[in-house]
Design a protein around this ligand. Sequence first.
Ligand code: DGL
Length: 291
Amino acid sequence: MATTDLHTDEASRQGASSCVGVFDSGVGGLTVLTALRDAMPTEDFIYFGDTGRTPYGSKPQEMVARFAEEISAFLLSKQVKAIVIACNTASCAALDKLSRTLPVPVFGVIDPAIDAALVHGKRIGVIGTSGTINSEAYQTRLSARGAHVWSKACPLLAPMVEEGLWDDPIAQLVVRHYLEDAPKSLHSLILGCTHYPVLKNVMSRVVPWVNLIDSAESTAEVVRTALHQKGLANTRGTGAIRHFVTGDASSYRLLASRFGVDTSSVTAIDVADLIVLGQQFAATPQQRMPA
Ligand code: DGL
């Protein structure tokens, strides 16, 4: 991959009243967005769902990293004050670089999920997309903290959620297919994909003995604390959410409304424009926000 440090001169215009940018390959990140909104009711948000290029989990890491850079450039063009990568696959592929190069704080979902799982004991399972599981991001971090790890890629689950098949006999079959060999000794199972929390009901029928851990609430707490510490917390926002998607806006609106989020503002973005924005952004001098 070409080295494309992301730069912006927009940073100086960002402040506490700016939005928090949140993105995922599709609707999965809405599980994180709802936790962010609940933890910070006076923040305003921009949610970007890359529905035209979902799923990320089956794509090469370099490609996912490039998508994450383009979306970050888009969010910065809207003067966001922080970016939450509400996607495990993109957190594995891009968090390190984006945190080093973007002019605003960037948050991922992996470490918050690990912290939440370790509360229940050290025998931990993790499921996620092929990209996430093959990156070994979870396995390496968990082992370094003394955990015994069982892991499995579940490539059909995120596309199934994008199809709206949540609590449904098909979902039950697919979840059973992946989880029937989960060890009985597990203390917890990390849902290492932000699409999976909507399958919790089905999963708890298949693996009733484990604590199902998702990263939404723990990530929201990390973001809330950091924004306060950096003087970036908004006390005057209304919890407004603007959505931008690269796929069809009306089918997104239908699915997103099942997450209980306001979908009155959904705008479709052309992927070709997004790519150009990413390229232009990469060529602009960088200026970090004051810490
Ligand atoms: N929701 C995403 C994740 O947390 C990505 C799913 C996909 O696009 O494959 O990994």
